[in-house]
Write a protein that binds this ligand. Structure first.
Ligand code: ADP
Ligand code: ZN
Length: 721
C-alpha cells in the first residue's frame, strides 16, 4: 500500500473524516517523503492533521513544539480520545507526571510528544530525546519565529540550532499568518530549501461576513445574540473597561458571559477560558488578548463591538469562528467615531510607524466601506487577487437577493396622517384613519373629516403595518411611551418633503435551504438536544471539553441521518474506530430509541425515512391550510379534522415556513385575546428578535402574553413577511 493510501485509511479510521481538506494530502505526502515543509493555512484549515497523520505512519517519535500550554493539553486530550498515544511536557506538570511521560518516551510508547519551546531546550529534555529516534519535528504557530510576526518569541528563534542535533528528522512549520515577510523569515531561519511551501486559500467559506453601522451597540448586541440560543461566541472590544461594562450588561440580561483581558489575574483568565471551552458559559467578552491558541471548533459567532486594529487582526479574530466547517456569523459594528479614535492613536506614533499604521487603516476602511462582495477586499489583502466574488455569504452579496419596493408615497401619507392627528395616536389608530374606518373613536375625535381620512383604502391593513414598522425601524418615526403614540423624528420631514425616498426590502426568492431545514428541523433538533446532553455528561465525567468527545458536526449528522448500527455510525463525520468503540453504543441506543418512538425507519440501511404516517401528515397540513384559503373558518377546520387548536396552528406555521401564502391572516388576530396595542407590541418584538422560538419572545414580553396568543400572532407575523 502506498503512503497516501495509508494516510487515507488513518483519516477515516482514527479521525473519522472521509476526505482531506485542501492541501492536506499534498503536505502529508511531502512530509512523508522527509522533505522539510512550510504550511500556511488559515485558522481552521486543518493544520494539525498535516503532522498528526505522518506521526502515526513514521516508526519514530514526532515532536510538536507549541507555544501555549492550554493548547497543548487540549490537543493531547483530543488525540487520546481518538486512541492516539500522545503526551506533553511543559512547566505546568508536577514531577510525577513529567517522569511518567518521560518514561513513555523512553520506552517508545508515544507517537506524538508536545513540548513548550523552553522545555525542549532544558538539558534533561534534550538528553531524553537523544535516547530515542525522532522522525519528525513540527513547529506549530511558526510565526513566533519571526520578529515581523505579531507574537515573536525568542526561544522560537533558537529552534534552528536543533537542526544539527536531529539529523534524521523532517521539519514541518505551520502558521496561519499570511504576510509574505513572515513566511520568508520562517523558511530562512529554519533553513528550509526554497519552494517547500504550501499556501492554502484564506477564504473561509462558512463564515457569514456582515458589517452594520454602529448605532446603539448594546441593543444591537442583544438583538444579535437572540439568534444564538446558547451557542458559543466571542465579543471583541477595544478596551478592558469596555469589556467589563459589556460583560456586566450581558450578565444582567442573564447571558452566561465572562470577561477576558490582561487586567485579570492569570487564575481568573484561565478559569473563564476553560469554562468557555467546556461549554459551561456561552460568551467570552474580550480584548485582543483572547484567542491565540483557542482550539474550540464550535464557536458560532464573533462580534466586533469595536473596530479591530487592522485587517490582519480582524481576520484572525473572525477566523476563530466555525472551525468545524459549520456556518458561523461574523458581525462588525462600525462607526466613523471609532475610526477617529484609531486615528488619534496613530497620530501619537513616530513618523515611519505612522505611515504603516495609516496604510493598514486604509485597507480596513476599504473593507468596511466596500460595496462589492466583502471577500474581495479581504482576500485581495492576503494576495488572492484572482478572487472576484460574489461569495453569496456576506451581507453585500445577500442584499442583492432582495428587491426594493418604493414606499415613499405611502410613507408620506402615513406621516401626514400622524401629523394631522397631532402625533398623539398609535399605529393602529393611524392606519384606521388612513383606511377610512368608521370607528367611534375616530368619529369622536373628528378625524373622519381630516384630509388624510380614507386616503389609504387601496392598501391592506397588513401592508400598512409593514410600512409603519419600516418607518419605526428606519428611525423615520418614533414610538413614544407610555401610550405608544407615533411622533416625528428629524428624519420625518425630509420624507414628507420628498427629499428622501423610502424603500422596503422584499425577498426576491424563497431560500430553499431554510425551507429544507424547516421540514425536518423539529425532528432533528429534538434528537440533537438529546445527543448534546449525553455528550455533556460524558465530557463532565472525563473532565474533557465536549468537542473532544464529538464535534458538533458529528452530532448534527447523527441527528439527521439516524445511524442505528455500528457500520452506519462509522460513516458519520468525526467517528473513528476508537470513538465508535468507546461511545458508539451509548449514542446508538439513544438514536434507536428516538427513532422507534417516532416511527422513523431506515430503508436499505442508507437513506433515513420518516414513517409513512408522517408524510401523510405532511400532505394533510397543506390540505387543511388550502381549505382555509378557500374560505373555511378555523373553527370549522377544528371540527372537521378533529384536531386540537395547537395542532392546527402548527400546521399553519409549517405551511408558511414552507413558503406558501395565506389569503388573509386576520382570523388569527381576531382569535387572540389581546388589545390592538398589545398586538402591536408583540409584532414589534417578533421583528426585533425572531420567530424561530417563542421562548425568547415570551421572556422579552415579561411573560405577560400567553404562548397561545404568541402562536397566533406568529402566524400573522409570518404571513406579513
Ligand atoms: P488549524 O490548526 O489549521 O486552525 P485544526 O487542525 O485545529 O485547524 O482543524 C480544525 C478542525 O477541522 C478540527 O476540528 C479538525 O478536526 C477538523 N479537520 C481537520 N481536517 C479535516 C478533514 N480533512 N475533514 C474534516 N475535518 C477536518
Ligand atoms: Zn460576498
Amino acid at each position: 500500500m502506498s503512503y497516501l493510501e495509508d494516510a487515507k485509511l488513518l483519516l477515516k479510521e482514527i479521525f473519522g473524516y472521509n476526505e482531506f481538506r485542501p492541501l492536506q494530502e499534498e503536505v502529508i505526502t511531502h512530509v512523508l517523503q522527509k522533505k522539510d515543509t512550510l504550511v500556511i493555512m488559515p485558522t481552521g484549515g486543518g493544520k494539525s492533521l498535516c503532522y498528526q497523520i505522518p506521526a502515526l505512519l513514521f516508526p519514530g517519535l514526532t515532536l510538536v513544539v507549541s507555544p501555549l500550554i492550554s493548547l497543548m493539553k487540549d490537543q493531547v486530550e483530543q488525540l487520546q480520545e481518538m486512541g492516539v498515544a500522545a503526551g506533553f511536557l511543559n512547566s505546568s506538570l508536577d514531577y510525577e507526571t513529567y517522569y511518567d511521560t518521560s518514561q513513555q518516551v523512553k520506552k517508545g510508547k508515544l507517537r506524538l510528544l508536545y513540548l513548550a519551546p523552553e522545555t525542549l531546550f532544558l538539558g534533561k529534555t534534550l538528553e531524553l530525546l537523544s535516547s530515542v529516534s525522532i522522525d519528525c519535528i513540527s513547529i506549530d504557530e511558526a510565526h513566533c519565529i519571526s520578529e515581523w510576526g505579531h507574537d515573536f518569541r525568542p526561544e522560537y528563534r533558537k529552534l534552528a540550532e536543533l537542526k544539527a542535533k536531529f539529523p534524521g528528522s523532517v521539519w514541518i512549520a505551520l502558521t496561519a499568518t499570511a504576510t509574505p515577510q513572515v513566511q520568508k523569515d520562517i523558511a530562512n531561519s529554519l533553513e528550509f530549501p526554497v519552494n517547500q511551501q504550501f499556501l492554502a486559500s484564506f477564504n473561509r467559506e462558512n463564515l457569514y461576513l456582515e458589517i452594520l453601522p454602529k448605532t446603539n451597540p448594546l441593543t444591537q448586541t442583544l438583538e444579535f445574540l437572540q439568534s444564538f440560543s446558547g451557542e458559543a461566541g466571542i465579543i471583541y472590544c477595544y478596551s478592558r473597561k469596555q469589556v467589563d461594562q459589556l460583560c456586566q450588561a450581558l450578565q444582567k440580561q442573564r447571558f452566561l458571559a465572562k470577561p477576558y483581558h490582561a487586567g485579570l489575574s492569570d487564575f481568573e483568565r484561565n478559569e473563564n477560558q476553560t469554562a468557555f471551552l467546556k461549554d459551561e458559559i456561552q460568551i467570552i467578552v474580550a480584548t485582543v488578548a483572547f484567542g491565540m491558541g483557542i482550539n474550540k471548533p464550535n464557536i458560532r459567532f464573533v462580534l466586533h463591538y469595536d473596530l479591530p486594529k487592522n485587517i490582519e487582526s480582524y481576520y484572525q479574530q473572525i477566523g476563530r469562528a466555525g472551525r468545524d466547517g459549520l456556518p458561523a456569523h461574523c458581525l462588525l459594528l462600525f462607526s466613523y467615531g471609532d475610526i477617529a479614535k484609531v486615528k488619534y492613536f496613530i497620530e501619537q506614533k513616530e513618523e515611519q510607524e505612522k505611515q504603516i499604521a495609516n496604510k493598514l487603516l486604509q485597507s480596513l476602511l476599504r473593507y468596511v466601506e466596500s460595496e462589492e462582495c466583502r471577500r474581495v477586499p479581504l482576500l485581495h489583502y492576503f494576495g488572492e487577487d484572482s478572487y472576484t466574488g460574489p461569495c453569496q455569504n456576506c451581507d453585500v452579496c445577500l442584499s442583492s437577493k432582495y428587491e426594493n419596493q418604493d414606499i415613499t408615497l405611502e410613507s408620506r401619507k402615513f406621516l401626514s396622517c400622524m401629523y394631522r392627528t397631532q402625533q398623539k395616536f398609535g399605529m393602529n389608530y393611524i392606519i384606521d384613519v388612513l383606511r377610512g374606518s368608521k370607528s367611534k373613536k375616530i368619529v369622536q375625535f373628528g378625524h373622519d373629516s381630516i384630509s388624510t381620512y380614507g386616503i389609504g383604502r387601496d392598501v391592506s391593513k397588513e401592508q400598512w403595518l409593514k410600512i409603519g414598522h419600516t418607518l419605526l425601524h428606519r428611525g423615520i418615526a418614533r414610538k413614544e411611551e407610555p401610550y405608544g403614540s407615533l411622533v416625528f423624528t428629524e428624519k420625518s420631514r425630509p420624507v414628507l418633503k420628498q427629499e428622501v425616498q423610502v424603500f422596503l426590502k422584499k425577498k426576491k426568492e424563497r431560500n430553499d435551504l431554510s425551507k429544507k431545514k424547516s421540514e425536518t428541523a423539529e425532528v432533528v433538533e429534538g434528537l440533537l438536544d438529546i445527543l448534546k446532553k449525553k455528550r455533556k455528561q460524558i465530557a463532565q465525567a472525563g473532565s474533557l471539553p465536549p468537542y473532544a468527545v464529538f464535534p458538533d458536526k458529528t452530532l448534527l449528522e447523527m441527528a439527521s441521518l439516524f445511524p442505528t448500527t455500528e457500520t452506519a455510525l462509522l460513516s458519520i463525520y468525526g467517528v473513528g474506530r476508537v470513538k465508535a468503540n468507546v461511545y458508539g453504543e451509548e449514542f446508538l441506543a439513544l438514536i434507536r430509541e428516538y427513532c422507534s418512538e417516532r416511527g422513523i425507519s431506515r430503508e436499505n440501511g442508507d437513506s433515513p425515512q420518516l414513517a409513512p404516517s408522517d408524510s401523510g401528515k405532511t400532505k394533510r397540513y397543506i390540505e387543511i391550510c388550502e381549505k382555509f384559503n378557500s374560505g373555511v373558518s378555523l373553527d370549522r377546520l377544528l371540527v372537521e379534522y378533529k384536531i386540537q387548536e395547537k395542532t392546527l396552528l402548527a400546521h399553519f406555521h409549517q405551511y408558511l415556513l414552507d413558503g406558501f401564502r395565506l389569503q388573509s391572516a386576520q382570523a388569527f388576530i381576531d382569535r387572540c385575546q389581546l388589545s390592538p396595542q398589545q398586538v402591536e407590541e408583540v409584532l414589534d418584538v417578533f421583528q426585533r428578535l425572531s420567530t424561530e422560538r417563542l421562548k425568547p419572545v415570551f421572556s422579552y414580553l415579561r411573560e405577560k402574553v400567553s404562548y397561545e396568543d404568541l402562536t397566533l400572532l406568529r402566524i400573522y407575523f409570518l404571513h406579513m413577511q
